[in-house]
Structures are given as structure tokens and as C-alpha cells.
Write a protein that binds this ligand. Structure first.
Ligand code: NAD
Length: 331
């Protein structure tokens, strides 16, 4: 099936091509993000394959529908960038990758936590420069600390298991509690209690209208002074301006983010030779107790392999008129 693959990077092209060897779909690789301006590039493609910063809003859906697209397949678990209501109205099926190595993201979140707490990135850049001073590099033991996990699904539960291994007390908050989480010796508590009592808070819930800015100025103010916040889920969960203020006052002791509210115009590209006009991210990266990575938590051999295989499987199922196992939830 002719499929336009937006936001293609070198690794997408080679790995999707490999996953497609048996299926033989006609893949058209497009480097640009999908927007209303670039949507005509998918003309004649029954399927369109997108990634997290493609904007598949109602206007784009209308163009795709007019051009004959019947399937949007996102190479991600999150689907907050897709207008599901418009898709349903226009008869476009939307599939995602329901399941791929949740270890990739959970392990990366632990890595970010260690890096920001123990100042590992700072230490490495210092030693490269011949500076072996320890001043400014002191962290705290994770052992015995309270870690709050917001969203205890696949990734949050694995993150919790790893932190239990570190000897942390783990608190969780989720709209749908899971027995596996409590079996780890972790406890569910109301969100305000989690926010007020955790030394570390890690976000693992999806971005929805209910969770947008779940970490806002008020939540930040009610946290323990010096709390460390880790976000590998979606940028819109955190009010970045409020987090910046909390960093300035020291209320936020550390911030490690793999996702950023305005990441669409920045991430997945090399901007090192350009002037970055986003003052918020520039301010954030200037703090010594902030670590920013460019949405790479999913980026392991295992996860990417599963993402590509599931995407091809969905395109094949759509072509054959078979049930779609990875449809996004309706409504
Ligand atoms: P999941 O569906 O297994 O878990 C999400 C959990 O969040 C569910 O248990 C759900 O009940 C809970 N939740 C929903 N609304 C909530 C609310 N208002 N308050 C608290 N909890 C709520 O998903 P997952 O596979 O664990 O992925 C979690 C998120 O991680 C995804 O939605 C995505 O945004 C993000 N993610 C990021 C990367 C990355 O590379 N940085 C990669 C994959 C996923």
C-alpha cells in the first residue's frame, strides 16, 4: 500500500524499510513534519505514517481525507497529536503502537533522575575540560527517599519497580489503579498527597485535557522544597514557565525532561548552527540543575524494532481489510 512516512530520519528509513521487506508496501519517505502545508505531499497515499510532533489536527485530517487517505498510523504510543474526533467523522482509521518496550522509557527516566541528581552530565563536561573539582556536584541518596509516580501504566510500573530496587518508598497516582503496582510494595495516594510528600516526582501519564499542566504553579508550590521532577511523558504535562520560576527560587531542586511543551519546532533536528529563538528552552538549559534531552527515551534497538514491526503490521491489516489491533481508543 502506498504510504507517506512523515518526519522521517535516517534510522526511520532504514528500519522501516527492513520491517517492510516481507510486506512490500510502497513507502514514500518525507523528512518534513506533517502540517496543513505539507499534507499535499501525501496525495495518492492510502496510508500516512506520522510521529509525535506531526500535527494531525482537523484541518490536516480534512486534506488527507480529500486526498484519499484512509489510515493514519502513528509510530508512537501517545496520540495527543492526532484529532481522533475529526478522524472518526471523516472515516479515517487511526492506529498507534500500543505496546513497545516500556523498559526503554522507564530505564531512561531512571537515567535522567540519576544524571540530574548526581550531576553526571556536569561532571563529564568538567573532566573533559581538565576540571576534577567536586564543588557543586553533590547529590542525595535515592535509597530511603519517597518517589511519586503519576501514571502507573506500563512505563510507570516498571519505573516504580526499578526505584523499589533502589530502596525507595514509591507512591502512585492513577485514574485506573493496577494491582501489579501495589504488589511492588508501592502505595496509591491522592494526587495532592503524592505532590506534597515526594522527594522525586516522575510523570508517566498521557497528555489529555485532564492532565495538561498537571504540574502547574500551584502544584509546584505545594511540593517539598528541593524536589526533583522528571518528565519523559509529554511536555504539556508541565507548565514550563511555572517550572522555570520554581527553579529560580530553588523550590524545584532539579528538573530532567525528555519532552518539552514547544518541542515540535525544535526536537529531532540539528539546530546547533542556528539562532534558537525559543527563550524558554534557552533559559532552561542554562540552569545547572536542569537536564534536557530531545525525546529519546524510546530510542533503543528493541523499542524501535517493535515500533516499525507493529506499524507495518497495521498497514498490512488495513490493506487486507482485517481488524486493526492497534486502533486508538475512541472518544
Ligand atoms: P499506559 O497507557 O500503559 O499508562 C498510562 C497510565 O496513565 C494509565 O495507567 C492511565 O490510567 C494513567 N492516567 C491516565 N490519565 C491519568 C490521570 N489524569 N492521572 C493519573 N494517571 C492517569 O501508557 P505507557 O505505555 O505507560 O506510556 C505513558 C506515556 O509515556 C505515554 O502516554 C506517552 O505520553 C509517554 N511516552 C513517552 C516516550 C518517550 O520517548 N519520551 C515514549 C513512549 C511513551
Amino acid at each position: 500500500m502506498k504510504t507517506a512516512v512523515f518526519s522521517t530520519r535516517r534510522y526511520d528509513q532504514s528500519l522501516l524499510t527492513r520491517a517492510n521487506e516481507q510486506a512490500g508496501h510502497e513507502l514514500v519517505f518525507i523528512q518534513d513534519r506533517l502540517t496543513a502545508e505539507t499534507a499535499p505531499l501525501a496525495s495518492g497515499c492510502r496510508a500516512v505514517c506520522v510521529f509525535v510532533n506531526d500535527s494531525v489536527d482537523a484541518a490536516v485530517m480534512e486534506i488527507l481525507a480529500r486526498q484519499g487517505t484512509g489510515l493514519v498510523a502513528t509510530r508512537s504510543t501517545g496520540f495527543n497529536h492526532v484529532d481522533a474526533v475529526a478522524a472518526a467523522r471523516l472515516g479515517i482509521e487511526v492506529v498507534r503502537v500500543t505496546d513497545y518496550s516500556p523498559y526503554s522509557v522507564a530505564e531512561f527516566a531512571v537515567g535522567l533522575l540519576l544524571a540530574v541528581n548526581r550531576k553526571i552530565a556536569r561532571a563529564v563536561s568538567r573532566t573533559r575540560d581538565g576540571n576534577f573539582e567536586l564543588d557543586g556536584l553533590m547529590g542525595f541518596d535515592l535509597h530511603g527517599k519517597t518517589v511519586g509516580v503519576i501514571g502507573t501504566g506500563k512505563i510507570g510500573t516498571i519505573f516504580a519497580r526499578i526505584l523499589r530496587g533502589f530502596g525507595c518508598e514509591v507512591l502512585g497516582h492513577d485514574a485506573f489503579p493496577r494491582p501489579e503496582f501495589e504488589q511492588l510494595g508501592a502505595r496509591y495516594v491522592p494526587l495532592p498527597e503524592l505532590i506534597a510528600t515526594s522527594d522525586v516526582i516522575s510523570l508517566h501519564c498521557p497528555l489529555t485535557e485532564a492532565t495538561r499542566h498537571i504540574i502547574d504553579a500551584q502544584a509546584l508550590a505545594s511540593m517539598k522544597p528541593g524536589v526533583v521532577l522528571v518528565n519523559t511523558s509529554r511536555g504539556g504535562l508541565v507548565d514550563t514557565e511555572a517550572a522555570t520560576q520554581a527553579l529560580k527560587t530553588g523550590q524545584l531542586g532539579g528538573l530532567a525532561i525528555d519532552v518539552y511543551e514547544q518541542e515540535a519546532s525544535l526536537f529531532f533536528q540539528d539546530l546547533s548552527s542556528t539562532i534558537i529563538t525559543d527563550d524558554v528552552i534557552q533559559r532552561l538549559v542554562s540552569f545547572p540543575n536542569v537536564i534536557v534531552t530531545g525525546h529519546q527515551a524510546f530510542f533503543t534497538v528493541e523499542a524501535i524494532g517493535q515500533i516499525m514491526a507493529t506499524t507495518i503490521e497495521s498497514i498490512t491489516a488495513f490493506e487486507r481489510g482485517e481488524p486493526l489491533r492497534h486502533r486508538i481508543p475512541q472518544g
